[in-house]
Design a protein around this ligand. Structure first.
Ligand code: GDP
Ligand code: MN
Length: 361
């Protein structure tokens, strides 16, 4: 789950990382009561759930006198289609240089990966492509509570020494908050010292409970419903719904859809041993996405019984076309039930996917 900038900055502040003075506001009229704590130069930052706000017009420079009017205009805006509901008002920094600092999990070494570059403020992906040598990398042993000085030197290079302790503090945040990403972009130098001008913190969903979050608010209502039933469910942006059992079968169904030029709208893995009720919920959930024109059900009966699957599909009684491939335990019974109700069944995964791509087109 991704924290908003003001939430992430609150965490950084708790760990002693300097962040600009600021406060969150949900209405422009609330501003004057708190403006005194910011000084004359003010920056207003829309708290929306994606990066690149600067370029999208979500960050406005203003001053104490014009802050209310500027906030009014920002509240009236949509940033990439999303209305601005929260603004972080901050003391505007006199930025001399922008650096980039992040900590993620390196998938191959399975250890924290710390990145630092002197060209911050821009997308790290662009720097990685155009000047990969400018990105300094260090793999940290998660059993260490501190990053040793030689590693800090490797990261910081010729950048100001004050950055060293900030790296160590961010590393603590990363470990103790069960983060998948802790990023400061830009980390800036000013005449008053070094500050985290922006902050991004993604908490591992598996740790939300112990981190004190009751729900993952990034989930859509459908994703939450899926979680309740214990389905693995992901939304994409095509028009074919996909139901499979097992990650491998579900993923290869998706691959095949791409292969035949189709696009999946979503996919759902019902898991093993699905009873008819479960299958019914799965079919309804996948079919509840308005863009779904056709659903591919690709299930292998093992512990899962094909007649239970058939019963579930029939009970779901959704309006879209459902194309089914069933094989394995109680296959004959399942097929007989579905064909009695007029469902289209094909013998192989290849055939069902081809057919679904045709229907969707
Ligand atoms: P993002 O675009 O969503 O990543 O938002 P950021 O918070 O990173 O801001 C984008 C850019 O706005 C930064 O790289 C800075 O160049 C600029 N910016 C943000 N805050 C300040 C500030 O207090 N003072 C100045 N001068 N520039 C700022
Ligand atoms: Mn940023």
């Amino acid at each position: 789950m991704k924290l908003r900038e003001y939430e992430a900055k609150k965490v950084l502040r708790e760990y002693g990382i300097p962040v600009p003075a600021g406060f969150l506001t949900r209405s422009a009229t609330d501003l004057p009561a708190h403006l005194d704590q910011l000084g004359d130069n003010v920056v207003l930052k829309a708290q929306v759930d994606f990066g690149g706000r600067g370029k999208a017009g979500g960050i406005l420079m203003t001053n104490k006198k014009n802050a209310v009017a500027t906030a009014q205009s920002l509240f009236g805006k949509e940033i990439k289609g999303l209305p601005v509901q929260e603004i972080l008002a901050e003391q505007r920094l006199d930025i001399r240089h922008e650096y980039y600092l992040s900590i993620t999990v390196d998938r191959s070494s399975k250890q924290p990966l710390i990145l630092f570059t002197e060209s911050g403020g821009v997308d790290i992906e662009i720097t990685a492509k155009e000047h990969p040598e400018a990105i300094h990398k260090v793999i940290a042993n998660p059993l260490m509570r501190d990053i040793p000085p030689f590693m800090i030197r490797e990261l910081v290079g010729t950048a100001p020494k004050e950055i060293g302790p900030i790296i160590n503090k961010l590393y603590r945040v990363f470990l103790e908050k069960d983060a998948l990403l802790a990023e400061i972009n830009p980390l800036v130098t000013t005449p008053d010292g070094v500050f985290a001008a922006d902050a991004k913190l993604i908490i591992d969903d598996n740790a939300l409970g112990r981190q004190g979050f009751s729900v993952n608010r990034d989930l859509t209502e459908r994703e939450r419903e899926a979680e309740k039933h214990g389905f693995s469910y992901v939304e994409l942006n095509g028009s074919i719904g996909v139901i499979g059992n097992g990650a491998g079968l579900t993923m290869s169904t998706l691959d095949l859809i791409e292969f035949y030029g189709g696009r999946a709208a979503n996919f759902l893995d019902v898991g093993g041993g699905a009873e008819s009720e479960r299958v019914m919920h799965a079919v309804r959930l996948v079919g509840s996405v308005p863009s779904v024109k056709v659903i591919v059900v690709n299930l292998l009966g093992g512990i899962t019984k094909c007649d239970e699957v058939a019963r579930g599909i029939i009970k779901a009684a959704i309006s879209q076309k459902v194309i089914v491939r069933l094989a394995g335990t109680n296959e004959a019974e399942g097929r007989a039930m579905l064909s009695a109700k007029g469902y289209e069944m094909l013998d192989t995964m290849d055939l069902v996917v081809k057919k679904a791509v045709e229907v969707a087109a």
